[in-house]
Design a protein around this ligand. Structure first.
Ligand code: GCU
Length: 359
């Protein structure tokens, strides 16, 4: 561990001023601020014949408007309001549904593996590629609905063009980073969730894998409508302590992805006045679940455990002193599974069990 881990006292967590100050410091040192809500969010939900509902959001700021889509799945038996998992995905509903199931957004720019030869676009061959990460049957069996949108539609994940389309031209917000804008996007999806009668507005969970786990964490730290956070393998600038010097460093992250954090973010952990355990503490009283993978050293599972344990201690809990394979205090939950950087059925099973029990 690097020197000088910022303190987190039990007293501080319940102090609203401390919370406001801490958010502002994270914005200043790392992410840039999350912009204010828009003037208006309109949405339309249409049932389809293949089991999902298509959501169209129209977001208005002054005379500017941005339209974007999402999908909602829930058990056909749903009558009473159900909890919902709200998430951005690397390919979105287009990547979850089979070819032809959901329109490809031509403006989206997403991460794409070199072997896909997609150059960041939602090319037809990517339809269905995200499906293994979304066990829709299992989610419905546990009584949850799930709402997903494509992160690259809201903010192109491309250092050159990320300000050209979507949230950035809509908001015209200077000096913030893409993670803050993805967090803003998640909050707009929460706007829809809390305004949809079949969803239980007191049981909205934000979820995200890796870079999208970073965004879900940052959004949860701001939005008190969110009742739960699931961050999977979210690593550096996510749930891993910056001062735990394993895996990706902030300097490496900003070099490869200069658009993610604010321009001029602090990348020397010793020069920072905050660290990620404080961000986790800010998420509570939302229930917080972290899932990590043993071989994913780039995302530093130990650093995430250390952060979670410190946050839990600030809430009077006594987490184990060494990283466990599973831990659940009710307010906080964690698991470490074998394998590498991915979202697996095993992650879903444990996470759904945690939220079904503790929300
Ligand atoms: C890269 C990046 C990580 C990020 C990951 C992902 O590995 O260095 O910070 O979490 O991509 O989003 O898959």
């Amino acid at each position: 561990m690097g020197r000088g881990l910022p303190e987190l006292s039990e007293l501080a967590t319940s102090d609203p001023e401390w919370r406001t100050r801490l958010r502002a410091t994270f914005a200043k040192e790392l992410y840039g601020p999350i912009p204010a809500p828009p003037d208006r969010v309109e949405h339309k939900i249409e049932a389809t014949t293949d089991g999902h509902h298509k959501i169209t959001l129209s977001i208005h700021c002054g005379d500017r408007r941005f339209d974007v889509s999402a999908a909602l799945w829930m058990s056909p038996k749903t009558t009473a309001p159900v909890p919902v998992i709200v998430a951005l995905d690397f390919l979105g509903p287009f990547g979850i549904l089979p070819p032809g199931g959901f329109p490809a957004d031509p403006a989206a720019r997403v991460y794409s593996a070199p072997e896909w030869q997609a150059e960041g676009r939602l090319v037809p061959g990517l339809a269905g590629q995200s499906r293994p990460r979304w066990p829709l049957g299992l989610i419905a069996e546990h009584g949850f609905a799930v709402m997903v949108s494509c992160y690259g539609s809201w903010v192109p994940d491309d250092a050159e063009t990320w300000r050209d389309h979507g949230v950035s031209p809509l908001l015209n917000h200077p000096n913030t980073g893409a993670i803050s804008l993805w967090a803003w996007a998640l909050m707009r999806m929460v706007d829809v969730a809390v305004d949809t009668p079949v969803i239980d507005r007191n049981k909205v969970i934000l979820a995200g894998h890796s870079r999208l786990g970073k965004a879900a964490l940052w959004a949860t730290a701001h939005d008190n409508r969110v009742a739960g956070l699931w961050a999977n393998n979210s690593g550096c600038a996510g749930t891993a302590l910056s001062r735990h010097l394993v895996g990706e460093t902030l300097a490496q992250l900003t070099q490869r992805f200069p658009h993610w954090l604010r321009h001029g973010a602090v990348t020397n952990p010793d020069a920072m006045t905050v660290d990620q355990h404080q961000l986790l503490a800010l998420c509570a009283p939302a229930r917080v679940y972290l899932s990590e993978a043993e071989e994913d050293t780039w995302a530093d599972p130990e650093g995430s455990w250390a952060a979670l344990a410190l946050a839990a201690k600030a809430y009077g809990l006594t987490p184990p002193s060494v990283i466990p394979t599973a831990w659940n205090s009710g307010a906080f939950g964690f698991h470490l599974r074998p394998g590498g950087h991915d979202v697996l059925m095993q992650d879903w099973r444990a996470t759904l069990k945690f939220f079904a029990k503790n929300l």
